[in-house]
Each structure stands twice: as structure tokens, then as C-alpha cells.
Design a protein around this ligand. Structure first.
Ligand code: ZN
Length: 295
């Protein structure tokens, strides 16, 4: 595990090299009197973080909160594992996420649909979180931990149970998937992090909410922090809408997903001087298509 301080009292705990996961899982530790872990990742990642923490001189027993931005397996799948090993920690959850973490049967079924029946081989099991270890948040709630104020904002679109966190100390935002994902080949062209059941208007509203904060840094969950994210926020807003226009028209014309993929690839190539649409976006395409088929 690599521990890197990326902002005041804010470290990255990076297990990506260990996991071998194409979209690396980046966990953030807010240090101080009562540390906070944001994005614990899957159980595979979380168990490695816990095991490596002692060698890194980090005492996970002192954690006050664990905050997954949402309960998808690669962000919050390991929260139950950590709760079991850290009986004093509270896991911060959106009310809609809390139900599915008390009994993760539905989440497990949904994860199998996306990652296959054998998802546990890669991500580890999804364990339930006892209700006494949940902190179910409200929109705009301010959590006080380690001498800092963390504002929780509901940012649906990628998922109905998605939250983002604004840290006043660093003027940084933890957007989870709300500001898109950034492929290494296109560092200034984030793509919408769309998975079914994606909701495009809510996704745009969430982008606007985070833009209004004018954050000085965005702590992305899969590619690490980006300073001065204003242009990235503008870019993800524009791209999310443009891809929506392309897919909406193509769906109306009865085009197949392969044809729509070509249209989006052309758009990306034109917008990035030859950038290639990454294969990870296949799921995003299905999410957009199913959104426009049901609206
Ligand atoms: Zn997700």
C-alpha cells in the first residue's frame, strides 16, 4: 500500500497495484484526532488496507467514520468487512443505501448482473453492516471529525443513493462518480460514469451542485486528486449532455448499440484530437440507452 499526502491532512491509501483492477480503487484517509476513511473500496481492497495499515503506522481503530460515496461494490462493498473488524466505527450512508447494506441480498444480485456470478473472486464478499454502526445522513448534513467539517451532499444520477463530501479544510470535494471517470488516455476529457439505472437529468443536477461549491480540488475515486477541477467539471457537464443528445436521437431512430457506440466514438475522437472511447464505457452506453428507452 502506498500512502501519499495529497492535501492538508489528507492521504491517499492506494492498493490498486495489489488488486489488479482496471479502474483502480483509491481510498482517502483524512488524518487528525478522529480520522475518516472515504471510499473503503471492495472487501478485497478494504481487507488489504486494514492489513497494511499497521505497517503504515495508521490505527484504523481510531477511525470515526467510514464514508463510501455509494454502495456499489468498488466503492462501498468493503464497508461491512471493516465494520465487522472495527466495532466502534460508523459507516455514513444515504438512507437508500442503508437499507441495502443492512441486508445486501439485492446489492449482491445487482453486482452479479454487472460483474458476473463470480464477482467475489475479484472484489470479495459484500458483508452486511449492523444498523448500530450506520450513520444515516441527511442532505447538507455537516459531520464534524478530526477538527474539520465535512458537508454531505446528495448527488444522485450515477446511483440514487450517491453522496458527495465537501471538506472545508482543503476546499476539496470527494465526488465519487458524480463528476465522471477519467481514462488515463484522456486526462482532460472525463466521461459520464453511467451504470443502469442511470438518470441523466439528476446526474447533470448533481454536477451543477458540485460546480456551485467551486472546489479547489476534486478527489476522484478512481484516478486520484485533480487540482483546479473547474475545467473538468465544465467538460463532464458538456460531454454528459452531448452523449445524451447522440443516444437519444439514435434510440429514436431505432439504431442498435453497436451503431451508437460508433457515433459516440466519433464524437470522442473529434472532441479529443483522436482519443479512443475506452471499453469501460460499454456499460455507460447501455445505461444511456436504457435511460432513453424508459423515458
Ligand atoms: Zn458506482
Amino acid at each position: 500500500m502506498k500512502v501519499t499526502e495529497v492535501a492538508e491532512n489528507t492521504c491517499i491509501l492506494d492498493c490498486s497495484e495489489d488488486v489488479g483492477f482496471s479502474l483502480s480503487e483509491v481510498a482517502y484517509l483524512l488524518t487528525g484526532d478522529s480520522p475518516v476513511l472515504i471510499e473503503p473500496g471492495s472487501t478485497t481492497t478494504a481487507s488489504r488496507l486494514l492489513a497494511a495499515s499497521k505497517d503504515a503506522g495508521i490505527d484504523f481503530n481510531r477511525l470515526s467514520y467510514i464514508i463510501p460515496t455509494h454502495i456499489h461494490v468498488d466503492h462501498g462493498g468493503g464497508a461491512g468487512y471493516l465494520a465487522r473488524h472495527l466495532p466502534h466505527v460508523k459507516v455514513v450512508l444515504h438512507p437508500r443505501g442503508a437499507k441495502n447494506m443492512a441486508d445486501p441480498a439485492r446489492l449482491v444480485a445487482a453486482t452479479k448482473l454487472v460483474f458476473g456470478d463470480d464477482f467475489e473472486q475479484r472484489f470479495g464478499p459484500i458483508m452486511p453492516i449492523p444498523e448500530r454502526q450506520m450513520h444515516v445522513v441527511q442532505d447538507n448534513e455537516v459531520l464534524r471529525a478530526g477538527g474539520r467539517d465535512l458537508t454531505v451532499l446528495f448527488t444522485p444520477g450515477h446511483a440514487s443513493h450517491h453522496i458527495s463530501v465537501y471538506d472545508r479544510l482543503t476546499q476539496g470535494v470527494f465526488p465519487g462518480e458524480a463528476l465522471g471517470f477519467i481514462a488515463t488516455s484522456m486526462p482532460d476529457f472525463p466521461l459520464p460514469a453511467a451504470v443502469p439505472p442511470f438518470d441523466l437529468p439528476l446526474y447533470i443536477q448533481s454536477i451543477d451542485r458540485l460546480a456551485d461549491l467551486a472546489p479547489g480540488v476534486a478527489f476522484y475515486s478512481h484516478c486520484g486528486p485533480r487540482s483546479d477541477p473547474k475545467h473538468l467539471i465544465r467538460a463532464i457537464r458538456r460531454t454528459s449532455i452531448e452523449i445524451g443528445r447522440i443516444v437519444e436521437m439514435a434510440v429514436r431512430e431505432g439504431k442498435k448499440e453497436e451503431q451508437i457506440w460508433t457515433l459516440i466514438s466519433d464524437y470522442v475522437r473529434m472532441s479529443t484530437n483522436g482519443g479512443e472511447l475506452p471499453p469501460e464505457f460499454l456499460l455507460g452506453l447501455s445505461a444511456y440507452v436504457s435511460y432513453f428507452r424508459r423515458t
